[in-house]
Design a protein around this ligand. Structure first.
Ligand SMILES: [Cu+2]
Length: 231
């Protein structure tokens, strides 16, 4: 149902959404159940004329506790194991292993802009034909990308909601990760780590293109943002 509100634009977006739903369903069911019982007891045993509150200390209480505390506790532990299993599986898929990638892209964060260094036509990063753009990233649908994320100054976070990708950028470190876009279109990138007064104005534009359109862009990699700027 979440995809009604948010597109799933990467190969691992579905796995992350499934995990979110798993946690929401398990925790939500317990929440409704427990609050339901809680409020029912409040109303059922509220102050009533002629009824005196009683205190039991004859061993019966222990038996009641056993049923109402111990068994739900065991059930919650079992459900926790299911959540942990789901979380570790998704973590392994997204973060632990980098698949064989088709291209590398360097992403540098700074106060308050993103620099994207694309490999260019030779498909090799760090060569003369690299395409360096500010606040604008171009990738091809269906290709696997390795990203190298760095920061020039403070902590930032590279967040692409449509891919369900979020990765902190840490000064002094180059953090690698990967993504495979599955949906063509224009999407938002936003810094997701408070990084100073301009944090809120640190978005970037992501263009996910079909191969023909991406090839055309490689031929003429003019910044789209700058060209659409009426100056
Ligand atoms: Cu930032």
């Amino acid at each position: 149902m979440l995809d009604l509100f948010m597109l799933q634009g990467s190969s691992f977006a579905g796995s992350i959404d499934s995990l979110v739903w798993l946690v929401t369903f398990i925790v939500g069911t317990w929440f409704v159940l427990v609050e339901g019982i809680f409020f029912w007891l409040l109303f059922r045993y509220r102050k009533q004329d002629g009824v005196k509150a009683e205190y039991f200390d004859d061993g019966r209480e222990h038996a009641i506790k056993h049923v109402w505390i111990e068994w739900p506790h065991r059930a919650i532990l079992a459900l926790d194991v299911i959540i942990i299993y789901g979380a570790i599986s998704v973590w392994m898929e997204v973060k632990m292993y980098v698949p064989v990638t088709d291209e590398t892209i360097r992403i540098t964060a700074q106060q308050w802009a993103w620099t994207f260094q694309h490999a260019g036509k030779d498909n090799k990063i760090g060569t003369a034909d690299d395409i360096i753009l500010i606040d604008e990233m171009h990738v091809e649908v269906g290709k696997k990308y390795l990203f190298e994320l760095a920061s020039k100054d403070v902590l930032h976070s590279f967040s692409v909601p449509v891919w369900r990708l979020k990765q902190d950028a840490i000064p002094g470190r180059v953090i690698t990760g990967w993504f495979e876009p599955t949906l063509a279109g224009e999407y938002d990138v936003q810094c997701a780590e408070i990084c100073g007064i301009g944090h809120g104005i640190m978005p970037a534009k992501l263009y996910v293109e079909y191969p023909e359109k991406h090839a055309a862009w490689l031929e003429n990699p003019a910044p789209m943002l700058a060209s659409s700027n009426p100056q």
